[in-house]
Design a protein. Structure first.
Length: 321
């Protein structure tokens, strides 16, 4: 759907800022962590731990999403998911999101309705509230999400704690979003399973706190690609990481899609971003919680290798490159 698609409710300019806010927030339930929701100068969110985990991301039309590839509801879900995944990667339980929305004045209200419906749907899946935000006019559709989380008394799991002798494990899907992007790039809209994974990822939010409770030494959200993001842990922890491909499952659906498109499913799994799986290091493989699977080891040294050798080719996404 184009931002200019007409709708019975008209455009955002016709509805106005406060009318749009009312449409977005009216009748929406909030979790118990929201002590004061939208409607005042600021929200109040419970922080029983005494600390708040905070993260923010900006999604720009034409850079992070295309409305001819993803519907507004998909974009809304994705905008919330990519931020809450960062909170989970710190070992925190997500509690709330704030939304910044900028769009052209001729944007159809129907687009904003669907966009925010997706945001509320993903927030509900993560059991968090959409507690406030801001909106303004802009020449393109831009979404900024700030996510908050609660450590519940635990220490945050950073990128810098991995130690030689640890094992590397992941939770969530790998390679599915990259496969979906490849499908869309060839002008197709199916298989729905991979296209849907690109349009609206489903991060394993509970896996982050579970990993923290199990003693994870380092953790990261896989947003730019498994090898690229493990590279951040390697650099921050001053260790070497080796990924073993015999331990990584390549789903048959990815194999089928790669065969049809002439792609490499293993490359998607190792370097494809935007699935927002979680990767972590653990001191003992016997203590890894359910939902996590071992894919490699941590040793002395620097850098990330695959089956003991440097990986040939791009390891993941980087802006401005």
């Amino acid at each position: 759907m184009s931002p200019n698609t007409p709708d019975g409710a008209g455009t955002v300019a016709q509805v106005g800022e406060f009318g749009l806010i009312d449409r977005i927030t009216r009748g929406r339930p909030q979790p118990r962590t929201t002590l004061l929701g939208p409607g005042d100068d600021a929200a109040v969110v419970a922080a029983a731990d005494g600390r708040v985990v905070a993260s923010t991301d900006v999604l720009v039309e034409g850079v992070h999403f295309r409305l001819d590839w993803s519907g507004p509801e998909h974009v809304g879900r994705k905008a919330v998911a990519v931020n809450l995944a960062d909170v989970a990667a710190m070992g925190a339980v997500p509690t709330a999101v704030l939304v910044g929305l900028a769009c052209p004045s001729e944007t159809a209200v129907a687009v904003v309705d669907q966009l925010t419906a997706g945001m509320w749907a993903e927030a509900t899946r993560a059991r968090v509230g959409v507690v406030g935000g801001d909106m303004t006019q802009a020449p393109a559709l831009v979404i900024s999400i700030t996510a908050l989380g609660d450590l519940q008394g635990r220490a945050p799991v950073t990128r810098s704690g991995a130690l030689p002798g640890d094992v590397v494990a992941v939770a969530g899907k790998l390679g599915w979003s990259a496969a979906g992007l490849a499908v869309l790039g060839r002008g197709f809209r199916s298989p729905v399973s991979v296209v849907g994974a690109h349009r609206a990822p489903e991060p394993p939010y509970p896996a982050g706190p579970l990993a923290a409770e199990a003693g994870a030494t380092a953790m990261i959200d896989v947003s730019d690609g498994l090898l690229a993001d493990l590279g951040h842990i390697s650099a921050a922890s001053t260790v070497a990481i080796d990924v073993r491909t015999d331990l990584i499952e390549v789903h048959q659906r990815l194999v089928d899609v790669a065969s049809a498109l002439g792609g490499d499913p293993r490359h998607w799994v190792l370097t494809g971003g935007e699935d927002h799986a979680l990767a972590a290091t653990f001191p003992d493989p016997r203590g890894i919680p359910d939902g996590w699977r071992v894919i490699g080891t941590v040793t002395h040294g620097t850098g990330v290798t695959v089956d003991g050798a440097p990986y040939t080719g791009t390891t993941g996404w980087q802006h401005w490159r």
